[in-house]
Design a protein around this ligand. Structure first.
Ligand code: F6R
Length: 592
């Protein structure tokens, strides 16, 4: 959430570079944005509300002169979406600019104290305390890095921030605690950013900052300090080429591109280290208890995983919503294995629960997409999704790859990893072959229901979490209220909401759940519901039939998900919404 970028260069068009890099991080937040540059010894700040392109049209962010600057794209936490609350923020003298990702928990008390001492605030944000506190330190004669190192320990909460000052015009200073910040070096140019994706193709060395580390950047050099002020060496790594791909590949939206590349990304999911999978699978089987923690779509994949572990590996595990996990920390011990699922590896709810579990002695295994993530650092073992960058805010290919990883892991429990790899490869071909199957039917469904206010998604067994995932996809990008639930649960309350014409989407493959699920659909139809079935078997009760190919019962989730993604996408487009940037949301949720 919130993308931050700092750029030190020897070229006078630095703001154009900052703007382009911000565009690549816009998925982290898009309420408002701004850039601050140091130009001829003066600080120039331009900012405004709206998506980056709109702000740029109005304020020409990419035309600010100067060689050193910082940029921010915001997902509002403290303070509404207004121009004064937009980053960068400055101090009373207008000589310091700061951008920040995270939340300063003790900002109210810091702000009260600063106001008492004569500081004037221009925004309602937590961030603005930072430039004012730096101002105090610079007045004492400290350098910018000394100021940052002095004030950082007094900030509670999570942060990654970058600061510039007209007093030291060639320099950017940044630090992090609990929020991501990386440093990249290119040819006479230094970058700091929330995400390596922003720096694709521009750097040849990447540095990961540890908790509390401070980076001091000039165009040719990056110097690092730990939180005590001691200079440290951080090992450089090479940026991964796959993570440089970030164009829409000819599609209108990243979401559609990412849906369409799922056959390819499933093949990549199956490219795994057999030994690692077998050893993790055995750890899961041996553990006294297994807790899976995740949020949103990642949690729905975990619910499918729970089913696979039980039906294939005969191992029961509990799935706990990551934001609630901390309240169960008392039950975690060294006999616990915690499986943390996160596309980004930066979701704060997941990280905080995992930190507590690790302190209690639990073994931590993570399933992550992004390389070099905070969650990865906390884990004893990491399994990677291998699906490359996912830019659309809604999880698509990462979700399918999570399902594939759970599939591989569950079959590794019964020493059938190779067979599972073959099945995933086969299913990727089925996804590819059937990707266009329901084009006309999906278009008809969209046309008929896009003005509806409510949708219900139902399914049983392994597919119930897919119903929830389908509903989440629909609501987050098309803004239609949708609920997903086990089909048998409908009659325990929600059925009272069904009236004439209410769309009920039922996932009912022709497996052992078919008859009972169909029975629940008939109960809804008897109350006037329109039945949209996702199935490989036709039935007269369907008002619409979204066809699935026949596959093994454990693989229907992969094929059903694809269809639900496309339905949600169509609905969003028909209702005139940008599916890549749904309102109020952001990819990578790094706040609580
Ligand atoms: C929904 C979606 C979110 C994420 C959730 C967890 O389409 O993308 O629900 O799944 O925010 O994110 P990660 O997996 O990065 O921890």
């Amino acid at each position: 959430m919130c993308g931050i970028i700092g750029y030190c260069s020897k070229n006078g068009k630095a703001s154009a570079v900052i703007f382009e890099d911000l565009k690549r991080m816009e998925y982290r937040g898009y309420d408002s944005s701004g850039i601050a540059m140091i130009s001829a010894g003066k600080l120039i700040i331009r900012k405004g509300i709206g998506k980056l392109d709109e702000v740029n049209r109005r304020y020409k962010l990419d035309k600010i002169p100067g060689q050193v600057g910082i940029g921010h794209t915001r997902w509002a936490t403290h303070g509404g979406v207004t121009k004064p609350n937009t980053h960068p923020h400055t101090d009373c003298t207008g000589q310091i600019a700061v951008i920040h990702n995270g939340i300063i928990d003790n900002y109210q008390e810091l702000r009260r104290d600063l106001i008492k001492r004569g500081h004037h605030f221009a925004s309602e944000t937590d961030t603005e305390v930072i430039p004012h506190k730096i101002e105090d330190e610079l007045k004492k004669g400290h350098s910018l890095e000394e100021a940052v190192m002095t004030i950082a320990p007094r900030l509670e909460g999570s942060y990654a921030f970058l600061a510039i000052s007209t007093k030291e015009p060639g320099k950017i200073v940044g630090t992090r605690k609990g929020s991501p910040l990386i440093v990249g070096m290119g040819n006479h140019q230094a970058f700091a950013a929330s995400d390596s994706l922003a720096l694709a193709g521009q750097i040849n060395q990447l540095f990961m900052l540890g908790e509390g580390d401070v980076a001091v950047l000039t165009a040719d050099k990056a110097v690092f300090y730990d939180s005590t002020g001691r200079e440290i060496h951080i090992k450089a790594s090479k940026p991964d080429a796959v993570w440089s791909e970030n164009d829409k590949g000819g599609y209108d939206y990243f979401m559609l591109k990412e849906i369409m590349e799922q056959p390819k990304s499933l093949v990549a999911a199956a490219l795994q280290d057999k030994e690692l999978f077998t050893s993790v699978a055995l750890d899961i089987l041996r553990a006294g208890q297994v807790i899976v923690t995740a949020c949103g779509s990642s949690r729905y994949s975990a619910l499918v995983g729970r089913y696979l572990f039980s039906s294939v590996g005969k191992k029961f595990c509990e799935v706990v919503m990551a934001s609630e996990f901390q309240y169960f920390a008392d039950s975690v011990s060294k006999n616990t294995l915690v499986l943390a699922i996160s596309q980004s590896g930066e979701t704060l709810d997941v990280i905080e629960g995992v930190e507590l579990a690790r302190k209690a002695g639990a073994k931590i295994v993570s399933i992550i997409n992004r390389p070099q993530s905070s969650l990865g650092e906390l884990s004893h073992n990491v399994l990677y999704l291998n699906c490359g960058p996912e830019i659309g805010v809604a999880a698509t290919k990462s979700f399918l790859n999570q399902l594939a990883i759970f599939y591989l892991l569950s079959f590794s429990m019964v020493h059938s990893f190779d067979m599972a790899v073959d099945s995933i490869r086969k299913v990727s071909r089925q996804v590819s072959r059937t990707i266009d199957w329901n084009k006309d039917e999906l278009a008809r469904i969209t046309e008929e229901y896009y003005m509806k206010n409510d949708f219900y998604y139902i399914a049983r067994g392994i597919n119930f979490a897919i119903a929830s995932e389908g509903a989440l996809k629909l609501k987050e990008i098309s803004y239609i209220h949708a609920e997903g639930m086990p089909a048998g649960e409908l009659k325990h309350g929600t059925l009272s909401l069904i009236e004439k014409g209410t769309p009920v989407l039922v996932i009912c493959p022709g497996d052992y759940t078919y008859k009972e699920t169909l029975g629940n659909a008939i109960e809804a139809k008897s109350r006037g519901a329109k039945i949209i079935a996702v199935s490989d078997v036709d039935n007269e009760i369907y008002d619409h039939w979204i066809r699935l190919p026949k596959v093994h019962e454990l693989l229907y989730p992969i094929l059903a998900t694809l269809r639900l993604q496309l339905l949600a996408y169509n609905m969003a487009i028909k209702r005139g919404h940008n599916p890549d940037m749904p309102r109020n949301l952001a990819k990578s949720v790094t706040v609580k």
